[in-house]
Write a protein that binds this ligand. Structure first.
Ligand SMILES: *Cc1c(COP(=O)(O)O)cnc(C)c1O
Length: 369
């Protein structure tokens, strides 16, 4: 494979990340007008970006400073996040998407001879970032579809550097409770960093959200990561943040690329981080969409998981791959779940009412119902 250059063996073990198919790609492949394509594959926000973010970004784009390097310390954005979360600024790190924070975490903590641990049905970035640093990824079987925290705790040993917990989890949409996470953390040595990936936090009913900031206060080994890509509708800008106690954040800052978050992303994120009016609309619309999708899946007699997020995992059976092709032919992009180890399932992001209808109509027709 690598005839002309040398590389570490562990890099050769990495399978590239499979992203949702971009609309422009499907448009090119099938000659479909992009306007007629519905993408329900990457859990993006069907309401688009908030006006608060667009306004701030427009101002930044036309300011003379746009020709200068951005603030590498992202002062304004981190100040806005710190205020929002009720933590000091030196507890906040921003990334080029929260993906980058996983990458930085692994780069800072993982080396050959060490391990990371996470549940079956995981976000593939955890594995890629572990392997990229020569570590051994340990995937712990789920209990049914539930993350098995006891088994994860048992899998942690003196070689473990990082544990990844995802809540709500992707692709299952299920959450961990405060009591579960607190009991788990009591069993984990402080030398092991526990990343709580909360990319979908804003979609969880308020009374079921994790007090992850409280967990960070009580546990110096906890990092919570969040993103502007999902509920905030800014996936194209690539901006996310992490909160942990300063010792960990300081350590990460040693290897964080100097200008990892660009000026427009910083401005947009700072402009919308406290936009509760927008987030309420997103939340309400998402719950309606979940009810619409789940209601229809039930009518069609399909098995699905109750979701606390903005996507639903639904079982199609042996014809899942065929359904995926049929949907693509009609300009509908969903996420087949073979790469999650679930070849008979698909993951559908919640879209607008009309987008959901279009998908559901095509699904019913495929099933002959
Ligand atoms: C989408 C997603 C993210 C967010 O990635 P960004 O880099 O912030 O866009 C993180 N974790 C999980 C599990 C996700 O599904």
């Amino acid at each position: 494979m690598t005839e002309n250059f040398r590389s570490p063996d562990y890099i050769q073990r990495i399978d590239p990340y499979t992203a949702g198919k971009p609309i422009s790609e499907l448009a090119r492949e099938k000659g479909i007008d992009p306007k007629n394509i519905v993408k329900l594959a990457s859990n993006e926000n069907p309401l688009g970006a908030p006006a608060s973010a667009l306004e701030a970004m427009r101002r930044a784009a036309t300011a003379p400073e746009i020709s200068l390097y951005p603030d590498g310390n992202a002062y304004e954005l981190r100040a806005a996040i710190a205020k929002r979360c009720g933590v000091p600024m030196d507890w906040v790190i921003v990334g080029n998407g929260s993906d980058e924070l996983m990458e930085i975490t692994c780069e800072a903590l993982v080396e050959p001879g060490t391990k990371t641990v996470y549940s079956q049905y995981y976000f593939s970035v955890y594995r890629i970032d572990t392997l990229a640093n020569g570590g051994e990824p340990v995937e712990v079987p789920a209990k049914g579809f539930d993350i098995d925290l006891d088994a994860i705790a048992s899998a942690v040993d003196e070689k473990t550097r990082v544990v990844f917990l995802t809540t709500p989890n992707n692709p299952t949409g299920q959450i961990l409770t405060e009591a579960q996470v607190e009991a788990f953390l009591a069993k984990i040595p402080e030398s092991v960093t526990v990343v709580i990936d909360e990319a979908y936090r804003e979609f969880v009913p308020e009374d079921e959200r994790l007090d992850s900031i409280g967990l960070v206060r009580r546990h110096p080994n906890v990092l919570t990561t969040r993103t502007f890509s999902k509920a905030y509708g800014l996936a194209g800008l690539r901006v996310g943040y992490g909160i942990a106690q300063p010792a960990l954040i300081d350590f990460f800052n040693r290897i964080r690329p100097p200008f990892n978050c660009n000026a427009l992303a910083q401005a947009a994120a700072a402009g919308c981080v406290a936009d509760d009016a927008f987030l309420s609309r997103v939340y309400a619309m998402n719950r309606e969409g979940v009810a619409q999708l789940q209601g229809c899946f039930a009518e069609l007699g399909l098995e699905f998981l109750e979701t606390k997020s903005n996507f639903v995992l639904v079982k199609i059976g042996e014809k899942a791959a065929e359904l995926n092709q049929a949907l693509l032919d009609q300009g509908i992009i969903i996420r087949p779940c073979r790469s999650f180890g679930l070849p008979e399932w698909i993951r559908v992001s919640v879209g607008t009412k009309e987008q959901n209808e279009r998908f559901l109509g095509a699904l019913a027709a495929f099933l002959g119902k």
